[in-house]
Design a protein around this ligand. Structure first.
Ligand code: SAM
Length: 246
């Protein structure tokens, strides 16, 4: 039987059944959840698209292997990555954005290398660019903030900036990376409008080590909106932020 057809039993009188056709509009839609165990990033991105956060021209600043777009891909997608073997453009978010990208996109996605400890695990590319050494957490945060600035600059007024990050424990302290990046975006005039929490199966606690903080088993897609007033956050001199926030 079709899921739009419902059979009801009337218990108030003589036994009889009544078949009703539910209007298609009443079909219960799968809601987009704020926290969910999406199988992969691309499933979460597809849900973000359902909410309209990726409408229009999209710029992916850190395209990597393009894994974000495996379920759903915008009609107009511009791809960038510092790695010359990934994406179409290769701008460094620490540099000024090209003039023709300023306020040119409806949505900009920034999934920078957000791991705060160890090496940036980008294999040969790390070697080639001398990034295979451990990076300190402040340097990573500065890069991620530069990416938020770059993304905000390239977003049209009224458009969205989508930032992927994760709270992590560094040297025994929890670093609220998503919060720090959102606060940075807010200083630049962006407003947090939504957050999607991708919940992952937890890894086991290393043997013999006392657990002090809760295990970070989720990453966050922070969705920020740029004010509609054109040029509201220009000229604030922070496009290549190198502030220390930790
Ligand atoms: C976490 S990965 C992104 C993964 C990607 N979303 C995917 O689906 O494969 C981070 C990416 O940021 C890029 N990246 C690192 N530093 C950058 C910079 N300064 N400017 C632009 N891209 C950068 C890296 O080359 C890497 O591909």
């Amino acid at each position: 039987m079709s899921e739009n057809v419902r059979t009801e039993i009337d218990l108030t009188g003589p036994l009889q059944t009544r078949t009703q056709i539910k209007p298609a509009s009443h079909k219960s839609a799968h809601p987009v959840l704020a926290a969910h165990n999406w199988k992969q990033n691309s499933d979460m991105i597809a849900d973000a698209a359902k909410l309209g956060y990726l409408d229009g021209a999209v710029l992916d600043l850190s395209y990597g292997h393009g894994k974000f777009w495996k379920q759903w891909r915008p009609d107009k997608l511009t791809t960038n990555d510092l790695d010359p073997t990934k994406g179409h453009h290769h701008f460094d978010v620490n540099d000024p954005a090209p003039d023709h990208w300023v306020e040119a996109f409806n949505a900009v996605v920034w999934d920078g290398p957000y791991r705060l400890s160890g090496t940036r695990d980008r294999g040969d590319f790390d070697e080639q660019y001398g990034l295979g050494k451990p990076v300190n957490a402040n340097e990573t945060m500065a890069l991620l903030k530069a990416g938020v600035d770059f993304a905000a600059l390239c977003t049209r007024p009224g458009g969205h900036v989508l930032i992927k990050s994760q709270p992590q424990v560094v040297s025994g302290r929890k670093v609220w990376q998503p919060r720090l990046l959102v606060e940075h975006g807010e200083k630049g005039g962006l407003t947090l409008v939504d957050e999607l929490f991708l919940v992952r199966p937890p890894r086991p606690q290393p043997a013999g080590r006392r657990q002090v903080h809760s295990r970070s088993n989720y990453s966050v897609l922070s969705i920020m909106c740029k004010p509609k007033t054109k040029g509201a956050n220009r000229n604030r001199g922070e496009t290549s932020t190198r502030q220390t926030l930790l």
